[in-house]
Design a protein around this ligand. Sequence first.
Ligand SMILES: Cc1cc2nc3c(=O)[nH]c(=O)nc-3n(C[C@H](O)[C@H](O)[C@H](O)COP(=O)(O)O)c2cc1C
Length: 152
Amino acid sequence: MTHTEEDLLRVVYFSYQTYDTDREMMAWEIDKILEKSQFNNGRFNVTGALIFNSGVFGQVLEGPIDAVEETFERIQMDERHDHITVLDTSRITERSFPRWSMGFIGSDSVCAELFGEIGSKTAFDISRLSGQQIFETLHALTLKNEISDRAA
Ligand SMILES: Cc1cc2nc3c(=O)[nH]c(=O)nc-3n(C[C@H](O)[C@H](O)[C@H](O)COP(=O)(O)O)c2cc1C
């Protein structure tokens, strides 16, 4: 059976950066992740957004079920992060990041604003957000154009 655009899956997770590095090296590493993600996701019709702050990644992936599952399996094997916690897997009928093969949010000012709103509850820690909070935050930032396709 071929899937229609209506058979979509969304996965939201967070994970921890595995190694200590300085900001510049991390920006370089994230750029490599983004470049690879945008290339692969473009081929497999996967879209989404990635946020990184204080050693924690949060990511939303959306697209055809098989493509998202395969992509997420590769991501889970990546040694650049670990302790991956899936917060949400949902069947969806519409994409929330249609224009983003993988958008990125990592600027301090955006994170400060983001955590300004929910910081007191989360102690500035992405890993303490719910799947819905990560999803809504990233989605809101795409609407405000505070998302980029590069880390540096
Ligand atoms: C936090 C994080 C997010 C990632 N997101 C994606 C992604 O959205 N799509 C993707 O193809 N690879 C992503 N990657 C990279 C994959 O883990 C893996 O290195 C890559 O898919 C391998 O692709 P290749 O087999 O074409 O070399 C991510 C890696 C990390 C650490």
